[in-house]
Design a protein around this ligand. Structure first.
Ligand code: FAD
Length: 326
């Protein structure tokens, strides 16, 4: 049995790890690293986790899956001073601690994908589509190179990208189209001098930004002071095609308003635009397995825009498929 998995995010890597016990599995990933939206932007002086910020663990199966990463110090607890800010005032605060860990990758979020991919057959820098020939699925990259034939294809790309990849042959195509993922901007600021903030993680309401991390306060980061700011999803939707300079200017204004600090002189300023950042909690749950076409799909969009949901979507799908192959 040969299975091609499209996407080396958390869902794809989880699925691959679980299915390689029963099949020959190859993962195709268009980016140059594994991890998907659990990622880090590296620059000469500063690093930024510009996708997922941290994650929590509720499901016992996720806890078990993470154990090797925790034991290898790839995943560590971020014991941040956390605040909620409304109308530029702190309305709530608490110290995160090991009683309910807020986990991050160490020394960066992208270490998680790197660790999970290390014993898998992952083809990086390979954007693919699928083509059917003599009842087998062929994986074709953007240079029209054929990567061979497979019995099954599993797409773990965001819902609309999966819809385009799998076409309407897939039994759950309508579900893919209806899963509306939302936009976000990540503003990255690196400073020569530390800013004097009373917190390390802030959830913000009543502003155009929704989140600020003192990225450099996460475990094992470079010393230089960094902030990672997320716009609200609504602001990102309304400004998705706005010029990059204008986006930066307006997000700097919003950040300055919330922090009350001089951030315009940051040494490094950049922004990343996410088309498919997040998705709200879903009612119709997976797994989405089309046995007659031998196509399946999973990803956070099956459940909710969270790392744990991405894991669970892959875990449930792989378990279901393992039962099919018995
Ligand atoms: C800005 C932002 C902030 C977030 N904050 C948090 C947070 O604090 N906590 C939390 O739990 N979650 C957070 N999330 C959500 C979390 O990152 C996701 O839920 C999770 O990473 C999704 O994993 P996935 O495997 O389902 O999808 P992805 O990580 O999107 O993986 C899909 C992969 O498929 C690849 N791909 C797509 N098309 C192709 C193709 N044709 N060929 C080859 N490869 C392809 C993509 O490159 C990608 O690597 C955040 C996300 C964003 C963007």
């Amino acid at each position: 049995m040969k299975i091609a998995i499209i996407g080396a995010g958390i869902a794809g890597l989880t699925t691959a790890k679980m299915l390689r016990e029963v099949a020959e599995v190859t993962v195709y990933e268009k980016s140059r690293g594994a991890g998907g939206r659990v990622c880090t932007r590296y620059t000469d002086l500063f690093d930024f986790d510009h996708g997922a910020q941290f994650f929590t663990v509720k499901a016992p199966q996720f806890k078990e899956f993470l154990n090797p990463l925790i034991q290898s110090d790839i995943v560590k607890s971020w014991n941040a001073k956390f605040v909620e800010i409304k109308k530029n005032k702190i309305i709530n605060q608490r110290q995160w601690n090991d009683d309910f860990p807020h986990y991050v990758g160490a020394p960066s979020m992208s270490e998680i994908g790197r660790f999970l991919a290390q014993d898998l057959d992952v083809k990086l820098n390979t954007e693919v589509q699928i083509r059917k020939k003599e009842d087998q699925w062929h994986i074709i990259d953007t240079d029209d190179v054929n990567h061979g034939s497979f019995d099954w294809v599993i797409s773990t790309a965001p819902s609309l990208q999966s819809a385009a990849l799998l076409s309407d042959e897939f039994k759950f195509h309508n579900i893919l189209i209806e899963r509306n993922m939302i936009e976000c901007f990540s503003l990255m600021l690196g400073f020569e001098n530390k800013l004097d903030l009373a917190w390390e993680a802030a959830l913000i309401s009543d502003a155009d930004i929704s989140w600020i991390s003192v990225n450099s306060s996460k475990p094992d980061r470079k010393k230089d002071f960094t902030l990672l700011i997320h716009s609200t999803n609504l602001w990102a939707k309304n400004n998705f095609n706005t010029k990059k300079d204008t986006v930066i200017e307006q997000l700097l204004d919003a950040t300055s308003g919330v922090t009350g600090k001089a951030i315009y002189n940051a040494k490094h300023i950049d922004v990343h635009r996410w088309k498919f950042a997040n998705i709200k909690k879903q009612i119709i749950k997976p797994p989405f397995i089309d046995q007659s076409n031998r196509i399946a799909a999973c990803g956070d969009w099956c459940i909710k825009g969270r790392i744990e949901s991405a894991f669970l979507s892959g875990f449930d799908l792989a378990n279901e498929m393992r039962n099919l192959f018995k």
